[in-house]
Design a protein. Sequence first.
Length: 183
Amino acid sequence: MSKKVLVLTASPRKNGNTDKMANAFIKGAEQAGHCVTKFETAFKNIGGCRACNTCWSTGTACSVKDDFNELEPLLESCEVVLISTPLYWLSFPAQIKGAIDKLYAYGGAGGLRKLAIKECYLFVCGGDTGEEEYKPIETMYQLSADFLGWKDRGILRTGGMDDEGAIEKSGILEKAEELGRSI
């Protein structure tokens, strides 16, 4: 059964390592017959949540108008989401953090409308090679998924990727493609 898949990328580097991971996942998902949309948050203007508690008061998830308005219909129409991001200071980079913050409008006590998303994945790529450095971003992802009622389908993490093109020699792209096919 074909699913609608949304791939959120965070890297400001076009065709960088995390972008290549996302593209491998997309290739696998499309081979499996799924409909995939890629949304590059690094090239959008999405501010963070302002804790104004006016979610949905203007008919949209966030009352503050920015490029989240472009993302909102994509979020509302997909069943699976992949977040593909570099690791910046143990967490998500600012390029995607605003979009993640605005998901508050859809979940928990503040959420007036639930998303159709049922499954999620996290791909994270960085220069760090230790497991400790990745725990904060993985924990935030898992807590966010729980808050929104999404089932985590997998975390794909790779370190030691400081050099351009290092991802192509790592074998991780094949794993990303396989996860896309396995949806």
